[in-house]
Design a protein around this ligand. Sequence first.
Ligand code: 9MR
Length: 370
Amino acid sequence: MKIELISAVTVIVLLATLHSMAQKSLGEATKGEFLFGVAVNMNQVKGINPIETELISKEFSAIVPENCMKPQPIHPKKNRYYWKDADKLVTFGEKNNQAITGHCLIWHSQIGKWFFIDADGKDVSPEELKERMRQHISKVVGRYKGRIKGWDVVNEAFEDDGSYRKSKFYQILGKDFIKYAFQFAHEADPNAELYYNDYNVETPSKCDAIVELVKDLRTAGCRIDAVGSQSHMHMNLPTLDSTEASFKKLRDAGIHILITEWDISILPSPYEGANVSANFNYSKEMDPYRDGVPDVIQQKWNKRILDMFGLFLKYRDVVDRVTVWGLTDNSTWLNNFPIHGRKDYPMLFDRNNQRKPVVDEMIKLAEKFK
Ligand code: 9MR
């Protein structure tokens, strides 16, 4: 009896392995259209969960670190850098032959307070902040010169109404901090692509501001290869139309697009977009799918994924990469944001590391464009 059970399990595992070997990966299916990437955490890079590590290696043609290259983790103190994790991640991507994005050089969030203050705790002068930015960028970009395809140079510099976010960078240096960041990154690795990255790019006022920024940067002689549209989405917003309108606007201005942090939360949203400073209290009504997602809701989510993916494919002449912000429903940041402790289902792989059926539909759709 025991032996029969073991053989049955062996056959099932074997069949599942053969099935997954026969499946095309997302990276293969989108080859020639755009790169298909994933944000990875250090457990995945280190192989702590080997199944996840294997999926990342096989399914995707690009990776981006979810956290380890951000200013705080990589440059925790003025004269201290922490390279271990980022080094491992870059080696991992190279081993898998994946395009690696550096994320991110200048961001108001996840950055040490030391960056902006002097020994007396006062704001540093504009010259000093510029010098600190130069050092940070040239050290980080320089270390991986020739190994990183492109950098998210500045992240989230605008509010949704298109005004500049009043970050410390902006308060001390004004809007020129963006230009300096692009200049320093280009000096450190002249062959690396350079991107501006933000959320809610579908909001017309924000999109307009980003287009103006790119024009200004180009007029100032800066290299900028693409705008990253994070694309943290909900079930209803952004609409397909507003997303397409933002793509059109960018394309008309001669700007390439990266979908940099794609996920579609299936849960009710207390707000729209991904303002990282927002947080809300837990309630059961806001966490309705603890025991699983009803079929009708799942179908709605599937349709939304396919509609958006179809749009990315339609704009494949200017969309150079689509990256999902996490691998499985287990590890997504959305389980804890903007409400802590919910159970979300925003990713392409489920809590058992299985590809969701919609991925096959995505692959079929991508193949139609070949
Ligand atoms: O997914 C990241 C999460 O693990 C971090 O705790 C969080 C800290 O702010 O950052 C998340 O990633 C963000 C990305 O770097 C920039 N755009 C918004 C993403 C989600 O907050």
